[in-house]
Each structure stands twice: as C-alpha cells, then as structure tokens.
Design a protein around this ligand. Sequence first.
Ligand code: GLU
Length: 290
Amino acid sequence: MTICVTRFAPSPTGPLHLGHAYAAILAHDMAHAQGGTFLLRIEDIDQSRARPEWETQIEADLHWLGLNWSDPIMRQSDRLPIYRRALQRLWTQGLLYPCICNRRDILEAASAPQEGAPPAVGPDGVVYPGTCRHLPEAGLPLPQAALRLNMRRALDLLGAPQLTFVETGSGPLGETGTITVSPDDLCNGVGDIVLARRDMGTSYHLSVVLDDAAQGVTHVTRGRDLFEATQIHILLQRLLALPTPLYHHHRLIRDEHGKRLAKRDDASAIAKYRSEGATSQDIRQMIGLS
Ligand code: GLU
C-alpha cells in the first residue's frame, strides 16, 4: 500500500488566513489519518512579492494550529536549476517557443477576430492567440522572452493521449471520481501557456508538478479554484514522465459576504485571532474541521 503523502504549499506573500488554515489542516489530517506524512513547501518563485518575514510568520501560525510537518521544508527558490533542466528537456523536444507579448498585445490580438466579443479565457487567463508561435527564433531577444508550451505539438508528441486523474474531493461543478482531460479543451480552452515567465525563469504550473513529484506527494489537496489548472498539470506530468498523484480539491472559505478570502483580508488573518486569544480548536470550529 502506498503511504499517503500530502503537502501544504503557501506563497509567503502575506499572512495566513482562515482559508489557508482550512487547506493546511485538511492536508495534515488526511496524512495523519492514514499514518502518512505531511510536508511543507514554500512557493516563493515570485521574488518580487515573497518575503522571509512572511515565511517565519506562516511557520509560527502552522505550529500554533498544532500542525507539524516532516523535514525538510522545500523552497522553490532553491530549485531554479531543476526547473531549468526540465525546460531544457522540453526545448530540445521542440515543445517551447519564446514569446515577447505583453498583456495588452495578447488581449488585442485575442479580441481582434471577434471584434468586441470577449476573448476565450482558460485556467491561465486569456487563451494565447499564438502571435509569437511562428516567429523565427533567431529574431527574438531570448533573455527578455517568456517560454510558452506549444500545446498542439505537445499533444501530437504524446499521440492521442488518454489523460485522466482521480479526484477524491470535487471540482466547481461537483466533478469527482475519474476525470478525463480532453485534448480539445487543452488546445482551445487552455492554449499555449507560459512555462517560464521572463521575471522568474519558471511558472506556477511547471514548478508545482516538478515539486509534487520530487516530494513524493501522493495526494494533492488544494482549493477548488485550482481544479481547472489540474488538466495542465496532468499534461506536464506526461511530458516530463512524472507520476500523477490523486487530487482532492476542497471548498473555499468565504467571508460573510460570500467573497473568497484574500491575503490582504487581515480581518481573517490567523495572527489576528491568535492575538485576540482564540485557540487552535476555535479556528477548527470556525472552518468546520473540528
Ligand atoms: N501556492 C498556491 C497557493 O498559495 C498553492 C498551489 C497548490 O496547492 O498547488 O494558492
């Protein structure tokens, strides 16, 4: 039997709030209920926003919540050479191309064919209209370019792939059980996603699949808002010959107006409840995990 390995993967860009507490406790309790391992990963590739002070605060809040993780803590900022190696592999296979478009270029090009109709939006934003896909590579200033995945070529290389994953929680429309990822949706609804942002040398999607595999994560637990991104992760796992874990997307904690909690919502910060004398049991009760 495989031992259950879960992880909590916060970005150190602000205080933990009730939504993070929910995600962390769920992952922790799932591993412990099965005699497994709970891991921590600090997703700090966005160096313009990540701060060591937030990481310290996150660890203190998690300990206060009664959560312990197995060492070592993984930090994405330590793993840039690993991400680069994976990009080199995909580049050698002819699956990447440089892109110098900015947000405005993309929006304009994506809106142009439909004159006024809103452009298609996928889990990674506006579906890239392909402007740089056919440019001669020699003409592009590589250091200032992002690297995009040529989705059509990636699917062709895999040859009519059967892409599935097992969802043990549920997606936004109640999707659960074995979920089939459609190559058509990947081509038309997701498109040529960025795998290396020019300012980071990697992207959330690339890092998360490499890191989950490197940490031996067997059950990815995370918010339902990332359900749609999972199809991208399954595809990348295939391209990079990585295992596909089980996925458990969970409900999102909302404020009293039904709005999703954000990092800037200090009102729901764990640190605030701590300073007001709440106990970790109170927090579990507030989010329905006691
Ligand atoms: N770092 C992401 C976040 O803070 C979590 C990503 C994941 O769980 O895959 O929302």
